[in-house]
Design a protein around this ligand. Sequence first.
Ligand SMILES: C[S@@+](CC[C@H](N)C(=O)[O-])C[C@H]1O[C@@H](n2cnc3c(N)ncnc32)[C@H](O)[C@@H]1O
Length: 264
Amino acid sequence: MPADGWDPAQYARFGEERQQPFFDLLALLHPAPGCRAVDLGCGTGELTVALHKHLLAGETVGIDRSAAMLDDSERWAVEGVWFGQRDIASFPDPDGSDGHFDVIAANASLQWVHDHDRLLAALTTALQPHGQLAFQVPTNNDHPSHSVAEEVAAEPAFAGVLAGGGDPRLAPVLAPEEYAEALHRLGYTEQVVRLQVYGHLLGSTDDVVEWVKGTLLTPYRERLDPATYEAYIERYRTRLLEVLGDQRPYFYPFKRILCWARLP
Ligand SMILES: C[S@@+](CC[C@H](N)C(=O)[O-])C[C@H]1O[C@@H](n2cnc3c(N)ncnc32)[C@H](O)[C@@H]1O
């Protein structure tokens, strides 16, 4: 098991479903030949290369906190693209050493970082004039796939282990209109902010367990010992099937917010 909870193989399950929002985000970004771009929470780097090519960028940097996710990134490396292990919360470096970017992109990663008002303000300081910011965040916490995870974590068998650091799920995602307001406040003169429901047709309700193991439950995996994590998963599966029923196939609605904005 990877030490940091992320597992590229688990994440790659449902790869097509997970990639669609990235390509929808990419469609909002204007190519900027020769530009300097950064992909925050780049994962394995596969989509960083797609970003680089779409932008016709001169240089694209992919950063991610997970060594396990980055392990394979060299596989995708093309000229002008490089990767580094780093926390988004420390980007950009306050000493200015990161320099400025024409494009800052983040697909399905900012939801793991607290305080989006602060984060967006910090990211904006690293953008050049006419710079583009584009990010996509899930906003599905009200679906049983997410609420049951929290409910089970509060049960006595797990609460003792998980309580120390509070809820391991960070839920800093703002409402779409709050992102629109924040982007306006930060000086962006063009923006697209939209809420989109991605409907995923899964084989059965049980497949939701495999889905959330790849993302939502990674902090649980980090905190629980392997046996307790397995017990947690089985309890989660039982409760989820009780709440949703054993549907075959199962239509899984997943809400996401896509934001694009450009500075004057
Ligand atoms: C859902 S994956 C998305 C990966 C990639 N952007 C994609 O679209 O395939 C989220 C990624 O964010 C990374 N991540 C989570 N929190 C992070 C943080 N604080 N700093 C840097 N990377 C982080 C994880 O390691 C993971 O690779």
